[in-house]
Design a binder for this molecule. Structure first.
Ligand code: NAD
Length: 336
């Protein structure tokens, strides 16, 4: 928790770097957050605002320049051929108007199609299939390399060990999110409480903690699930659909689970309608989401827009406001 609060801007910036690193370690390495996400997000944005005013203070090891995850040494390390990056976040409507403008200007077009989908609150994973068989699964880690969690991933029923269909690429890396359905999370915590075992703070930490078990027999008992939403490496001889939407359609045909709550959006108005629609049904969804994601639909346009250091320019996460006034972290009620 923020204990002291330096008033001098340079000191405040240095302080935020240290404080955010401490929060990230608890969240990513220990799967045990010590503040609500909204508090972390507030501090992170304050750091970004200082960096906009003082770009000369930003160094290559500033937190804003790298993907947050931390790979545990207990697992073998896997290098990601295609990096697993983060997403830039927007909280205000004006930020998404600016995102649409940047995309249109960057592409020199009047209008851009976006693939709108849910932002699942779980753990990013990369699944490598060779000739249709699952050969390796890795966490995001620091984006460049992650943890080899293949044995654990193989215990998840929703993830096919073999792809199906007649258009199976020689190499395909499927990116997606491992998560826990709310009812499964509640049941698991009730059982843990009855046995006097540790309960998890929320489904996201339960999913991350369950996947990063050294004993896959423990993971096998945890009710994990999966949605595919992205692409890593792909054999160059293989098909590549022209759009993100078509890629996800192809995943369904290969037997991969893809969330049905997705739609192509053709304007800022359609983007906002999607955001409000999803926001209205957020509480009735069977899993946690913390926002929606917009991705430029055309892959050739995605390539043209490219990346900044830790996130693609062609995608944006539009976050929902903190869900409750009081959030329970580690069993303690915390004001947010
Ligand atoms: P992020 O969660 O904001 O965005 C990137 C991630 O979104 C991806 O890695 C992927 O796992 C996920 N994702 C879900 N649905 C997706 C979809 N449809 N398409 C693409 N990606 C999708 O970024 P981040 O770098 O992982 O971390 C920031 C998040 O972690 C914030 O929500 C922050 O609040 C939280 N966090 C909290 C604390 C804390 O102390 N409470 C500390 C660190 C981070």
């Amino acid at each position: 928790m923020l204990s002291s609060s330096p008033t001098n801007l340079a000191d405040r910036y240095a302080f935020l770097q240290v404080e955010l690193a401490r929060l990230e370690h608890a969240y990513y390495a220990l799967d045990n957050p010590i503040v609500p996400d909204s508090e972390y997000d507030r501090l992170y944005r304050e750091m970004l605002e200082i960096e906009v005013a003082h770009p000369e203070w930003v160094t290559s090891d500033s937190l804003s320049q790298r993907v947050g995850g931390i790979a545990l040494k207990e697992f073998d390390s896997v290098t990601h051929v295609v990096p697993m990056l983060s997403l830039n976040n927007a909280f205000e409507d004006t930020e998404l108007v600016a995102f649409d403008r940047r995309c249109r200007e960057g592409l020199h077009v009047e209008q851009v199609d976006y693939a709108g989908e849910l932002k699942f609150d779980g753990l990013a994973i990369s699944l490598r299939y060779e000739n249709g068989s699952l050969v390796r699964a890795a966490t995001r880690g620091d984006g460049a390399s992650g943890e080899d969690v293949t044995a654990n991933i193989k215990t998840i029923r929703a993830i096919p060990l073999k792809l199906i269909g007649d258009k199976i690429p020689a190499v395909l890396e499927v990116r997606g999110e491992v998560f826990m359905y709310l009812k499964d999370f509640q049941k698991m915590n009730e059982t843990a409480a009855a046995l006097g075992e540790k309960e998890f703070a929320n489904p996201r930490n339960a999913a991350a903690g369950s996947l990063r078990q050294l004993d896959s027999k423990i993971t096998a008992k945890r009710p994990l699930s999966f949605f595919a939403y992205g692409l890593g490496a792909l054999d160059p001889q293989s098909w590549l659909p022209a759009t993100h939407e078509k890629l996800l359609d192809a995943y369904v045909k290969l037997g991969l689970p893809v969330c049905a709550e997705r739609r192509v959006l053709k304007s800022v108005d359609e983007i906002l309608a999607f955001y409000n629609e999803v926001g209205a049904k957020r509480d009735s969804l069977p899993y946690d989401i913390d926002g929606v994601v917009y991705k430029v639909n055309s892959f050739s346009e995605q390539v043209k827009l490219g990346f900044v250091s830790r996130a693609p320019r062609f995608a944006l996460a539009h976050k929902f406001p903190a869900q409750e006034a009081l959030t329970t972290v580690l069993g303690i009620d915390v004001q947010v």
